[in-house]
Design a protein around this ligand. Structure first.
Ligand SMILES: O=C(O)CCC(=O)C(=O)O
Ligand SMILES: [Fe+2]
Length: 234
């Protein structure tokens, strides 16, 4: 995380954003230096367990690599810090969505639950998009156990490094047409958003809205992001 200046996250504002819209942008969670460092890891195969060429699976166009354990220390630190800030609101969501299981306060305990249930493979990933690449709308569920939030951190500069390539979040509302949010972020910014469903307060209590995310076509240049998913994969 940003060492040059302490990260200032207004968590009350963040919780409100998650409640109202299902997402929240954190400015400058990584310094430019950390973004470059993580981006440059992409070339070093020993950090990764797997590479996916998106076109092969009709996931879109572009590629990504799943990091292996042990994770780079900045990623490990951010994953734990963010989980432990988000766990309370995650549990509020669980109750609102009438789900029985609640998440433990400490991140190592959550990982232990994933691992005991056969979800042992690390899910943080680095994605690389070139001109013409895109990521189809999807969800990142990797087994029965999933934390309701995930994070994407921008590693490239949206002014100097690439054009297009906006993050798109859609929500499928019951008996209504889907709504889209298009988010542009600067290098070092993070977005927290709902992995699957989010509760919305209605007149007769809360109802569930299904969210998906993707990336619009990159028109020029190269776009890199770091995805932090909290549950591991089976
Ligand atoms: O590149 C992006 O902005 C989206 C990445 C993504 O789909 C993910 O991290 O799960
Ligand atoms: Fe994703």
């Amino acid at each position: 995380m940003n060492k040059e200046k302490k990260i200032e996250v207004n968590w009350d504002e963040a919780y409100l954003g998650l409640e109202e819209k299902g997402f929240f942008v954190i400015k400058n969670i990584f310094s430019k230096h950390t973004c470059d460092k993580i981006k440059n890891l992409y070339q070093v195969d020993s950090y990764f367990r797997n590479k996916i060429v998106m076109e092969r699976y009709n996931f879109g166009k572009g590629e990504y690599k799943y990091l292996d354990y042990p994770l780079p220390k900045e990623v490990e630190k951010a994953r734990k810090y963010l989980y432990e800030k988000l766990v309370n609101i995650a549990n509020v969501w669980q109750v609102k969505m009438r789900k029985e299981e609640l998440f433990p306060e400490a991140y190592p305990q959550f990982l232990e639950i994933c691992h005991k249930n056969g979800q042992k493979r690390p899910t943080p990933l680095i994605l690389k998009y070139k001109k013409g690449d895109f990521n189809c709308l999807h969800q990142d569920l990797y087994g029965d156990i999933y934390f309701p939030f995930q994070v994407v951190i921008q590693l490239a500069d949206s002014i100097n490094d690439y054009e297009g390539g906006e993050l798109v979040l859609t929500e499928q509302r019951p008996r209504m047409q889907s709504k889209a949010n298009v988010i542009s972020m600067q290098k070092g910014d993070a977005i927290v958003f709902a992995v699957n469903e989010r509760p919305v307060n209605g007149k007769k209590g809360s109802y569930k809205v299904k969210m998906r995310h993707g990336v619009s076509e990159v028109k020029d240049g190269e776009r890199y992001t770091l995805g932090i998913i909290f549950h591991d994969a089976s």
